[in-house]
Design a protein around this ligand. Structure first.
Ligand code: 13P
Ligand code: ZN
Length: 272
């Protein structure tokens, strides 16, 4: 089967289109990576063969040895992805020592993986271990309301989590671990990759202050839905804060505890 005909590919293309329409991907903003399952790899194996040499990742990810990942190209325009998948995307293989990668498909026209490759692979290594392989998708977007909040709220995970959870009950249901916060750092560096890697031990959703978010999940619906939910909550909060300096009323700690009890949510005490 051709890569562009595989079911996993179809689900990702839908996500690129939906995320573009949501307005989270100005120009080349944002990137995505998906760790293929054994079934995905065998479905598209006829099209996977090494193109070029092994290249350094910039950090070591031995937990991903031999894994194959679909990764957006650097400078890829999100809105063009569905029209030009082979120029916008590539499939990589990770070397046995976890230090290098080589391209097996895509990046037509001489492209290369996203400038955030190190952050994506570092996140994959952590989430593969912590979820026993269940989590396969790492997604980076630039949603405007969450970015705006990072200029307004203190860069404190307890404050961000609690404020977003208060906006609507879905927030605690969809990101029950809360939201991690990484301060502003230069994009595309090993430093921001390492800072994100530490956060993804605990969180599925991480804010990069004054830049965007990283979300990890099982599939496109989980990742897209998490960003969509947090972004909507951020929009509500900004509306509230632009009307009144102090909220007149909001769900309290006891309300959130009851929500957690009814929906069996593992909400941590530090956020309540
Ligand atoms: P890339 O085009 O290299 O993926 O970069 C986009 C981005 O959002 C960097 O943080
Ligand atoms: Zn970005």
């Amino acid at each position: 089967m051709r890569v562009t005909q595989a079911p996993f590919f179809d689900a990702l293309i839908r996500m690129f289109d939906d995320a573009t329409r949501a307005g989270w991907h100005e120009c080349h903003g944002g990137n995505l990576s998906y760790r293929l399952s054994a079934a995905d790899v065998s479905a598209v194996s006829e099209e996977l063969s090494p193109i070029g040499d092994w290249l350094p990742i910039g950090l070591r990810v031995p937990g991903l040895a031999g894994e194959k990942l679909l990764v957006t190209a650097a400078g890829q325009i999100f809105r063009n992805t569905s029209r030009d998948p082979e120029g916008s995307l590539g499939i990589l293989e990770i070397s046995e020592d976890g230090a290098n990668y080589r391209v097996l498909w895509g990046y037509a026209g001489g492209g290369r993986p996203t400038s955030e490759l190190a952050a994506h692979l570092a996140n994959h290594e952590v989430i593969k271990r912590r979820s026993a392989g269940r989590l396969r998708l790492v997604y980076h977007a630039h949603p405007e309301n969450l970015i705006a909040l990072s200029f307004v709220l203190p860069l404190d995970e307890v404050v961000f989590t609690r404020e977003l959870w208060e906006m609507m009950p879905e927030c605690a249901m969809i990101f029950p671990a809360g939201i991690g916060v990484v301060p502003w750092m230069v994009p595309g560096t090993p430093e921001i990759a390492r800072a994100t890697m530490e956060k993804v031990e605990e969180f599925d959703l991480i804010l990069w202050a004054q830049h965007g978010v990283f979300a990890v999940g099982e599939n496109p619906d989980a990742c897209f839905g998490m960003v969509e939910t947090a972004e909507k909550a951020a929009a509500i909060l900004l509306k509230v804060l632009s009307c009144v300096p102090q909220k007149r009323q909001a769900p309290g700690t006891q309300d959130l505890r009851e929500l957690a009890q009814v929906f069996r949510l593992p909400l941590k005490d530090k956020f309540l």
